[in-house]
Design a binder for this molecule. Structure first.
Ligand SMILES: NC(=O)c1ccc[n+]([C@@H]2O[C@H](COP(=O)([O-])OP(=O)(O)OC[C@H]3O[C@@H](n4cnc5c(N)ncnc54)[C@H](O)[C@@H]3O)[C@@H](O)[C@H]2O)c1
Length: 312
């Protein structure tokens, strides 16, 4: 089938594009390359270099392409940026997203897959792992913009009959992750610094826990969502909390890193402990995570080792 992946030049979107193409689909990527990169983009994908805020450009591109499915990964995806400039975050994640959504309805798109964030919606969860019905109380404008867009999907379904699924990701890691970005990328930052023998700083006491999922498992979830899970919201997650100190220790072993971590101040507004229940995705999408943390970390270290060697 013909699929449009917005944000297909980014870390996660590019893996989804690769998986769709490997499964025999015809894929186009819509991206402004603001954080994405050309080297990430699969050579077999058509590229539409566009900002989602460009309403007329997006409408014309989607009308000309007429995809069967639109998979919307493009976003302002950094929590600190959303705190510094909530208006910009909303312009990209809400207004830009609506440009893509409206154009999809006009072009007769069969299904819209929206990428939301489980980590940014619930605040400090009441239970762990939290399921999709846990009350939403985002701590950042980024979480609020993701939640708002989920609401618009319901509206577009009721008004225009547009079929959709929402995938709420946990903390995703793996090859191509940007280790320069400051937010939520502990594995990429630690691995890239350890292979280069550089000091590593842990924010807070390191006992804060996250739900870490390898990007290859995320790509598979996006394949299952092409035909399943209509109208549903799903956690794409491991369901297991892992502390930053545990990640540090596992990565230090894999990289033969001997330095002790430095401990910095805890980041304001950070959730302390979270994991996301993935029972619904297992049941309705027939999806489950397959990459163990050990395998995923080993692969990620190999990637960053190669990156560091190639920049020397
Ligand atoms: N990385 C995670 O752990 C995580 C967790 C939960 C949700 N998500 C979501 O997954 C999606 C992908 O995130 P990622 O980590 O791969 O980030 P990323 O920054 O690598 O990818 C985002 C992509 O969107 C593109 N983009 C940004 N603004 C755009 C605009 N105005 N117009 C067109 N394209 C634009 C970027 O160039 C980039 O290619 C985002 O929607 C993000 O919110 C990520």
């Amino acid at each position: 089938m013909k699929i449009l992946v917005t944000g297909g030049a980014g870390f996660i979107g590019s893996h989804v594009v690769d998986a769709y193409i490997a499964a025999g689909h015809e894929v186009a990527v819509l991206d402004d390359f603001s954080t994405g990169s050309e080297v990430n983009v699969n050579r077999e994908a058509e590229v539409l270099r566009l900002d989602v805020r460009n309403k007329d450009g997006v409408a014309a591109a989607i009308a000309a392409l007429r995809p069967e499915v639109v998979n919307h990964h493009a976003a302002q995806s950094e929590v600190p940026k959303s705190v510094a400039d909530p208006g910009f975050d909303a312009m990209v994640n809400i207004v830009g997203g609506l440009n893509v959504l409206r154009a999809s309805v006009d072009a007769g798109v069969r299904k819209f897959i929206f990428i939301s964030s489980g980590g940014a919606l619930y605040g400090e969860p009441d239970v762990i792992p939290a399921d999709e019905d846990h009350p939403a109380r985002p701590l950042s404008p980024y979480g609020t913009s993701k939640l708002s867009f989920e609401q618009y999907l319901g509206t577009f379904h009721r008004t225009y009959g547009l079929e959709y699924s929402v995938l709420r990701y946990a903390n995703i890691y793996g090859p191509r992750q940007d280790f320069h970005a400051e937010e939520g990328r502990a594995i990429a930052i630690f691995a890239s610094r350890m292979v280069a023998g550089k000091p590593v700083t842990i924010d807070g006491d390191g006992e804060q826990a996250r739900d870490m999922l390898h990007v290859a498992d995320v790509a598979v979830a996006n394949i299952t969502a092409l035909d399943r899970g209509a109208g549903g919201t799903f956690h794409i997650s491991s369901g297991i909390p892992v502390t930053i100190n545990e990640l540090f220790r596992k990565l230090a072993l894999l990289t033969d890193y001997k330095l002790e971590p430095r401990f910095g101040p805890a980041r304001k507004g950070d959730v302390y402990r979270i994991a996301l229940d993935n029972t619904r995705a297992r049941r309705d999408l027939g999806w489950e995570p397959n990459v163990t943390l050990e395998e995923g970390l080993t692969q990620t270290v190999a990637y960053f080792r190669q990156q560091v060697l190639s920049t020397r």
